[in-house]
Design a protein around this ligand. Structure first.
Ligand code: AMP
Ligand code: ZN
Length: 499
């Protein structure tokens, strides 16, 4: 096993070895479902998917757990501001659960369009309140909490290694954490008068925070709801055990969310380290600056589809940057990725045509052969396959892995079936649907005329539905069906595919 990953805990690239031979427990912080995901959020989930696919390609069994936050996440990660879910429900005139259900569906629709594999366990916070209460009781029994103003707080001064992940330093000021090393100031300015230390955080809220909280549960500390951080500790341990291999999220989670998760978990279990590897992706930024769900300036996957891009153009674009580097998004850079993916698929298609001219079944043979890594690596494409694996082993270096794919496709000295098989092997990790694109023209930008025709018919169908002309709308669905196109209506509009 030669995979190495940058571990935020310790701040260096380390060889990865799972705790239990052959299997990996992986927890990636999931979405707060009060709005659509923006493409920055989607960068985080593409990174998780890439990591999971790489681990699986190394022969490991991965249990991928993702939470869905549908309660308790305030607009400020440090317990300031208002409840994101409640605010969204009030703005939309819906119940909190309706909002959560709607955006959760929209989220998994986005991830599936980006070919992000579904996590093995998807756990909703509201379905795990007893687990959170049980964990808070353990933290309390070990002496790390205090009650004030109706809330139960975690006292960071009782946990000496607090802030190790973010390299925060506890100092001797009465308000606890006030500075970090490397000259970075901590952004915890808002002061809650109940807190003994500025960095203390709420484990359980009662009526003290919001009188009209929609979702509340009975607990030993009063009727209320959990703080955000506790859900990830409780749910990850439920599904992966008290110590596990990898925890991931965006870099914004290092200072507060993940730091607090570690403090509360280790103070309950007494086991260190709770998680062996902490993997954090850098941000996707707009040329204008930061993208953020709560400030409203964000781009969704549907926005870019509406501009004529395929979701896989965005995936390809993201793979073009290393996950630990900031990635700057613009329509032009996405256009560049679209063109490159188009030319990749055209090159692949011409190789497939050469393969098929001998025997049409040989594409299927290449797909089968791509699954036998050992045999493949003894063949003519071995140089590219080794380079490809080495790039990913080097802290998931996707830009280098894409160069190996391109090198392979351009090497005329290799027999075409062997090229196809090696490309499909690479795609098991890259996830840009190479074999599907050969079988399913509608998914591929190669066939632009069909795409334009389908989009026009769908626009006509949407207009017919709007005018309540359901007969015409059904007729259009029939026309599409005859052409082998199925249509699924989603919250973001109609999604089609060629069968
Ligand atoms: P949230 O739903 O706000 O908790 O965010 C979901 C995930 O997206 C978290 O892992 C965040 O760290 C990550 N994230 C938020 N904004 C960005 C961004 N602009 N670029 C990359 N990742 C982000
Ligand atoms: Zn989390």
């Amino acid at each position: 096993m030669s995979l190495s990953l940058y571990n935020t805990l310790g701040k260096k690239i380390e060889p990865f070895q799972p705790l239990r031979e052959g299997s990996v427990g992986f927890y990636g912080c999931g979405p707060t479902v009060y709005n659509y995901a923006h493409i920055g959020n989607l960068r985080a989930y593409i990174t998780h998917d890439l990591l999971v696919r790489t681990l699986r390609a190394r022969g490991l069994t991965v249990t991928h757990v993702m939470n869905v936050t549908d309660v308790g996440h305030l607009t400020g990660d440090d317990d300031t501001g208002s409840d994101k879910m409640l605010k969204s429900a009030e703005e939309r005139g819906k119940s909190v659960l309706e909002v959560a259900d709607f955006y959760m569906k929209a989220f998994f629709n986005d991830t599936s369009r980006l070919n992000i594999a579904q996590p093995d366990v998807i756990c909703r916070a509201t379905k795990h309140i007893p687990e959170m209460i049980a964990l808070i009781k353990r933290i309390e029994a070990n002496g790390f909490t205090y009650a004030a103003g109706g809330n139960l707080y975690f006292d960071i001064s009782k946990f000496p290694s607090y802030g190790e992940l973010a390299r925060l330093k506890l100092n001797d000021l009465p308000n606890g954490v006030s500075q970090m090393d490397e000259g970075v100031k901590i952004a915890r300015t808002a002061f809650d008068g109940n807190k003994r230390n500025t960095g203390d955080f709420v484990l359980w809220f009662t009526k003290s925070k919001f009188e009209n909280q929609a979702l509340v549960w009975d607990s030993p500390w009063g009727r209320g709801y959990p703080g955000w951080h506790i859900e990830c500790s409780a749910m990850s341990m439920k599904y992966l055990g008290e110590q596990f291999d990898i925890h991931a999220g965006g870099i914004d989670h290092i200072q507060i969310h993940h730091t607090n998760e570690i403090a509360q978990t280790e103070s309950a279990t007494g086991k260190h380290p709770w998680v062996r590897f902490w993997v954090h992706n850098e941000f996707l930024v707009l040329d204008k600056g930061k993208m953020s769900k709560s400030t409203g300036g964000f781009i969704t996957l549907q926005d870019i589809i509406d501009k004529g891009f395929d979701p896989l153009d965005l995936r390809y674009f993201m793979l073009g940057g290393h996950y630990r580097n900031q990635l700057q998004f613009s329509d032009d850079s996405l256009k560049g990725a679209q063109n490159s993916r188009k030319s990749l698929l055209n090159t692949l298609k011409s190789i497939a045509d050469r393969v098929k001219s001998g025997n049409p079944n040989r594409v299927d043979e290449a797909i089968a052969r791509s699954k036998d890594a050992d045999a493949l690596k003894k063949g003519a494409a071995s140089k590219y396959l080794d380079e490809f694996d080495a790039a990913l082993d080097d802290d998931l270096n996707t830009p280098r892995s894409l160069s190996s794919l391109w090198g392979l496709l351009k090497d005329l000295s290799i027999e075409p079936t062997e090229i196809l098989a090696a490309a499909f092997y690479m795609d098991a990790v890259l996830g840009i649907k190479l074999s599907e694109s050969l079988q399913n023209k509608a998914q591929s930008p190669v066939d632009d005329s069909l795409k334009a025709e389908v989009e026009a018919l769908l626009a006509e169908r949407a207009a017919a539905k709007k005018n309540k002309d359901f007969e015409r709308a059904d007729a259009i669905r029939g026309i599409l069906k005859e052409r082998g196109i199925t249509v699924e209506d989603t919250p973001q509009g109609a999604v089609w595919k060629k069968i």
